[in-house]
Design a protein around this ligand. Structure first.
Ligand code: ADP
Ligand code: MG
Length: 366
């Protein structure tokens, strides 16, 4: 089922009045979440991700705007009537109940025509447990499970009512690195298997990029860009999006364009057809640097870090805005560490220009 947000806004009274009367946690969201997809809501801490989820689930009411599930206006529908499954960072399982009882819990509150027999509840709990592969642990208590298993129980509990929408708020934050990777793939698999429209909130761009059909990049309550992860990575609409996505981060320089050529410092590093003479912010992906002894772009060589599959050349430059500059090259490429400098040519499609005032993208012909 698709979800539509229409001019959705949430203001909170500001705790610190010095910074104004309101915090606008969600500012005029206006977009559609397609049916059956997994959407990653991505942005730094405090940007309004949880508030957005809470509006969709009904735990918060909007200050302005509307929420539609399919064609139904659910803006004023109580949470329990929206058909949403929720999973939070802290799994919040009942410690004295078994896995089976935890998963069945939401079904026990069903009344009237929705009321289920005990056997039917058990059957559904088992089905949900199978989906997250914990069906052999049904008799255990939460304290007898690992963090990853506990989170699976929480996901099973969210799925057991067969929700129309699954909302996950930083569900992997309490897990260690390996489990995080494993569980995010699991979530992807479950989402594909059930086809439930899912919104996955995270501040971790890697996480969002790896499992989402679409990402929504936000900052300070404002949506900055929506698109397929690769599209957003390849074509960031502004400097914030460019710097927020990608590890290692994109490398940012003060630069200028003259005669449709890009200058960083004194060097003409790239042709940028279609851009007028002006100052620009130039951002270059780490993989956009090609080691090239004849290359036009000279950087100070700080050190070389070998990290398994590839090599990170850590550089310096007087026009750098980023604290650290990193070029990623293949492990078998040779960097002469005796030298103070290293030269590169640039891959044009890995280079982005931005207006220094508005920080909006300035497209050039690649
Ligand atoms: P995120 O989940 O992206 O970290 P939140 O949605 O939790 O961000 O918060 C967005 C903004 O709204 C923050 O500035 C936060 O302090 C503020 N905020 C969230 N909930 C409340 C509340 N109940 N009262 C006042 N301010 C709130
Ligand atoms: Mg949050």
């Amino acid at each position: 089922m698709k979800i539509r947000l229409e001019n959705l806004t949430k203001k909170f009274p500001n705790r610190n009045k010095k910074h104004g009367e309101y915090v606008i946690a969600v500012n005029d969201f206006d977009f559609e979440i397609p049916s059956g997809k997994l959407i990653g809501l991505l942005g730094p801490s405090g940007c309004g991700k949880s508030t957005t989820l809470n509006l969709i689930s009904g735990l918060e009411t909007p200050t302005e705007g509307k929420i539609f599930f399919g064609e139904d206006d659910v803006t004023h529908l109580p949470p329990e009537n929206r058909g949403v499954g929720l999973v939070f960072q802290n799994y919040a399982l009942y410690p004295h109940l078994t896995v089976q009882q935890n998963i069945m819990f939401p079904l026990q509150n069903l009344r009237g025509k929705d009321k289920l027999s005990k056997d039917e509840m058990k059957r559904r709990a088992l089905e949900a447990a199978k989906l997250v592969q914990i069906d052999t642990l049904m008799e255990r208590k939460p304290s007898e499970l690992s963090g990853g298993q506990q989170q699976r129980v929480a996901i099973a509990r969210a799925l057991v009512k067969m929700p129309r929408v699954l909302l996950l708020d930083e569900p992997l934050s309490n897990l260690d690195a390996r489990l995080r990777l494993q569980t995010r793939e699991e979530i992807r698999r479950i989402q594909k298997a059930t086809g439930i429209t899912t919104i996955f909130v995270t501040h971790d761009q890697d996480e969002a990029m790896s499992i989402s059909d679409q990402i929504v990049v936000m900052k300070d309550g404002v949506v900055h860009q929506i698109g397929k992860p690769q599209e957003v990575y390849d074509h960031p609409t502004n400097l914030f999006v460019a710097t927020f996505l990608g590890t290692p981060s994109i490398n940012v320089f003060r630069a200028r364009v003259q005669g449709e050529k890009l200058y960083i410092g004194e060097e003409n590093v790239l042709a940028t057809p279609g851009i007028q003479d002006r100052d620009v912010i130039c951002a270059i992906r780490p993989e956009g640097f090609l080691l090239d002894q004849e290359g036009p772009f000279t950087l100070g060589l700080d050190r070389v870090e070998i990290m398994g599959r590839d090599t990170s050349v850590v550089c310096t430059h007087e026009a750098a805005v980023s604290e650290v500059l990193r070029a990623i090259v293949r492990t078998d490429s040779l960097v002469d560490e005796e030298k103070n400098t290293v030269r590169f040519s640039l891959l044009p499609r890995k280079v982005h220009l931005f207006d220094p005032e508005t920080e909006e993208d300035l497209p050039f012909e690649v």
